[in-house]
Design a protein around this ligand. Structure first.
Ligand SMILES: Cc1ncc(COP(=O)(O)O)c(C=O)c1O
Length: 180
């Protein structure tokens, strides 16, 4: 059986073809940072890019940068880059706002296109702010809607003719919203 010794892991690191990417990130001294799904370690290029944006695009060119630095097109440009990672086509993905704000907007839109349906199905084990966002929306709309909490194994039973929208945390962390 393999012994999980320091030498064993150093050997794995030596043969790891991804190891070279470590140098592309800023990692504070004496830190082992394992959070990659939320706020990942800062790429050195991000620091350089942020400095350039602040100094040149914002600092020197001010409002002109919406046009000259392409700020207007950024949601689409970033969306196209993400599209290739998630199997979508160019022009199908747009990057906007934060996850919570986007959920609010999509669920609101879903409810408005199916006004005859009043149920929002949420996964009870969703990222908590996703559910708080839906609860806030129900309150904002005057308690005319109901949130039905379900988990993957009870999802089918939760879907009926009254359901306007289903919000699931698929692929482990990112919310996926079905308009029905
Ligand atoms: C599924 C999910 N919902 C909501 C959030 C909160 O994101 P934001 O602060 O961008 O609204 C996160 C953050 O990681 C998330 O993973």
């Amino acid at each position: 059986m393999t012994k999980l010794t320091e030498e064993y892991f150093l050997e794995l690191d030596k043969n790891d073809e991804l190891a070279r990417f470590r140098d592309e990130f800023y990692i504070p001294e004496d830190t082992i940072y394992l959070d990659g799904n939320s706020l990942g370690a800062m790429p050195l290029k991000a620091m350089q890019r942020a400095q350039k944006i602040v100094e040149d695009e914002w600092g020197k060119n001010l409002i002109k940068s919406w046009n000259t630095a392409g700020w207007f097109e950024l949601p689409y440009k970033l969306g196209d880059k993400i599209a290739s990672l998630i199997g979508a086509n160019g022009g199908e993905v747009v990057v906007t706002d934060s996850t919570g704000i986007n959920i609010f907007k999509v669920i609101s839109a879903a409810l408005s296109i199916r006004p005859e349906r009043s149920v929002i199905v949420m996964e009870g084990s969703n990222f908590p702010t996703d559910n708080y966002m839906a609860q806030g929306l129900v309150e904002l709309l005057g308690h005319k809607h109901e949130i039905r909490f379900a988990e993957i194994d009870t999802l089918i039973d939760a879907i009926d003719q009254d359901v306007a929208v289903i919000c699931l945390s698929m692929f482990i962390i990112r919310p996926v919203i079905f308009l029905i």
